[in-house]
Design a protein around this ligand. Structure first.
Ligand SMILES: Nc1ncnc2c1ncn2[C@@H]1O[C@H](COP(=O)(O)OP(=O)(O)OP(=O)(O)O)[C@@H](O)[C@H]1O
Ligand SMILES: [Mg+2]
Length: 339
């Protein structure tokens, strides 16, 4: 899980350096400074996948999300851009309003991270029941850490997390799943290829009191997704990428959670499967009333899907708005949507 994430480990050193400098300045005043210190990440966001040589002034390349972008920004310009968007950080009443003043999942002033390292600084999040929220932002901004914190994978230094008014801050991940109705959908490659589809699905019910209950719950999920039911006796290794993602989502549904935490649902999938996954999530939200908090590198897809979007920069929310409005926000477009 969090500890096994090689990508996270790879960037851990970078975060240590960032934290050391971040601690020297007071949290509020520091937003712009921290953003500036994060310019390497921000630059990466803009120039991701670019094969342009250092110093190239204008080169067509792939953007952070979909599409392509002409890179004309220097590192300093990107830092300035990011600092200027961070200056318009949303207030708590604004976040409340986006959740229709009826938040179901609430994170209040959370300071959390790994070991002693604080990654999220005074972080607040509000999502209404049945709403969806997509977190976007540069690599290392802390998006996955928000999901990890909600599910109980991080060290929480202060602040609180609640579901439907009930404090769940210090519950363990298995309590989160069995008592608080929160499910974390594991990223790519969490399916056991040598086990059958059915065995993989049943693992989603390991916290049920009796195996028979898990079996009933798994059948309920099979009823919903016949595509999986048709393949129940096949080893999961033969599933297509899209079917495997469906199995990962389905496994989380066995416990009938009310909140789904989804980290990068489109990662590694070809376009037709990406659309399928978003349709499944849309159905879970609109038909089954699930509350969804998602992280998505494909910012365009994520913001088209979600009711709300937060732009995370250096462990703080720089912009929050309705998803469709963020799609039209010029800063978001320039930095995260590829033009
Ligand atoms: N398990 C971990 N142990 C220690 N540090 C971690 C761990 N996971 C993440 N971090 C650090 O926390 C910071 C935020 O990482 P996080 O994975 O939340 O970023 P992210 O916004 O999801 O980035 P990406 O877009 O690359 O997935 C990074 O600097 C990273 O080094
Ligand atoms: Mg991540």
């Amino acid at each position: 899980m969090a500890e096994e994430n090689p990508k996270a480990k790879k960037v851990a050193k970078q975060a240590t350096a960032k934290k050391a400098s971040a601690q020297k300045v007071s949290a509020k005043k520091a937003v712009a400074q921290k953003v500036a210190s994060k310019k390497a990440s921000a630059k990466k966001a803009v120039t991701k996948k670019s094969a342009a040589p250092k110093g190239a002034s204008k080169k067509n390349t792939s953007g952070y999300g979909m599409g392509s972008v002409d890179i004309v920004m220097s590192v300093d310009q990107v830092a300035k851009e990011a600092a200027s968007i961070a200056a318009s950080a949303p207030t708590v009443p604004e976040l409340d309003k986006l959740a229709k003043n009826d938040a179901f999942l609430t994170i209040d002033n959370l300071r959390a991270g790994y070991g002693k390292m604080e990654i999220l600084h005074d972080f607040t999040l509000k999502v209404g029941s049945g709403q969806s929220l997509c977190l976007i932002g540069p690599n290392g901004a802390g998006k996955s850490t928000v999901l990890h914190s909600i599910f109980g994978f991080t060290n929480i230094f202060s602040g609180s997390i609640s579901i439907n008014g009930k404090d769940v801050t210090n519950l363990t991940p298995s309590q989160k799943l069995s008592e608080a109705g929160i499910a974390y959908i594991l990223q790519d490659k969490s399916v056991f290829p040598g086990m059958t589809v059915e065995e993989n699905l049943l693992m989603g019910g390991f916290l049920k009191n009796k195996p028979a209950e898990a079996k009933i719950a798994a059948e309920r999920v099979f009823d919903k997704y016949t595509r999986l039911a048709d393949r129940r006796d096949k080893p999961a290794g033969v599933l297509s990428g899209g079917e495997r993602r469906l199995l990962e989502i389905s496994r989380a549904l066995v416990m009938d959670p009310s909140v789904l935490l989804v980290d990068e649902p489109s990662i590694g999938l070809e376009p037709r499967f990406i659309d399928m996954v978003f349709e499944i999530l849309d159905d879970l939200q609109r038909r089954d009333g699930k509350t969804i908090v998602m992280v998505e590198q494909n910012a365009k897809k994520g913001l088209e899907f979600a009711d709300l979007g937060y732009v995370l920069v250096s462990g703080e929310t720089a912009i929050a708005d309705e998803g469709t409005k963020l799609l039209k926000n010029p800063d978001v477009g320039r930095l995260f949507l590829g033009g």
